[in-house]
Each structure stands twice: as structure tokens, then as C-alpha cells.
Design a protein. Structure first.
Length: 134
């Protein structure tokens, strides 16, 4: 199970780590008092022939973090949210998610910028992917 590029990955500045178990986003921006959504920032691919249980966790963030609230959600190929919403900065995770064999789930970001934010503000966030029982 590993991260793969998503349709919005370039806009979000996604860089997938060498072992594809972590991803860093460096270009996430928005507008004051508005929410920006990256619907397909990155994917999670299960290349195995068996279903796997995974956990997506917050690792770190930097930049103009006091002006942003960020939510991360995982959706299966049918568009149904899987696991819990991860709130960046709280040290949380999605909880355990079962990903079916051969499937790719998309990871969505919702960034709410405060009224005091400038359009030039950016945040960088790193997420880690853990496969249970590996």
C-alpha cells in the first residue's frame, strides 16, 4: 500500500517520499475567509491481492499555520468517506481504514483560511501512511 499522485497533487505541491509511505504538500494556499478544497491531492493505492487496513496520520506542518484550519478526508472509488476526518495540527489520524485489493482511494484536503490571512500565505504539511499488520 503506497501513495500515488492525484489530479490536484501539482497544485498542492505534493511530493511523495522515496518509499511512498509519506507525502509532503508545500504549495497549499487559499484566500482570506474562504475554504479551498483539493479533491484529489494524492491517492492511496493497494497494489496487493488482499484487502489491507491502513491509518493515515498527521506528521508535521509549517508556514502560516495560525491562519489555517485543515481537514483531510479519505474517499473510496465510490465517493464514500472512509475513516474519520483528520484535523491537521492535532496529532490525529483517520483511524483504521480498510482498503480493498487493487483499489486507489483519494485523499481530499479542505483548507479554511481565517479573515486575517493573505492570499500569499502558504502551509506545508506531511502525512504518513501505515499499513497495519505489516
Amino acid at each position: 500500500v503506497y501513495f500515488v499522485s492525484g489530479a490536484d497533487g501539482t497544485a498542492a505541491g505534493a511530493t511523495i517520499g522515496t518509499d511512498a509511505t509519506y507525502v509532503k504538500f508545500t504549495s497549499m494556499a487559499g484566500w482570506p475567509n474562504a475554504t479551498r478544497t483539493y479533491e484529489d491531492a494524492v491517492g492511496i493505492k493497494n497494489g496487493d491481492s488482499s484487502d489491507r487496513e491502513i491509518v493515515l496520520s498527521f506528521d508535521s506542518w509549517s508556514g502560516d499555520t495560525t491562519y489555517a484550519t485543515i481537514y483531510v478526508k479519505v474517499f473510496n472509488s465510490g465517493g464514500t468517506q472512509q475513516g474519520s476526518t483528520l484535523t491537521v495540527g492535532t496529532g490525529g489520524s483517520t483511524g483504521t481504514i480498510s482498503i480493498t485489493a487493487g483499489a486507489t482511494y483519494r485523499v481530499q484536503w479542505e483548507i479554511k483560511w481565517s479573515a486575517g490571512a493573505l492570499s500569499s500565505y502558504r502551509v506545508s504539511v506531511t502525512l504518513t501512511l501505515r499499513v497495519n499488520n505489516e
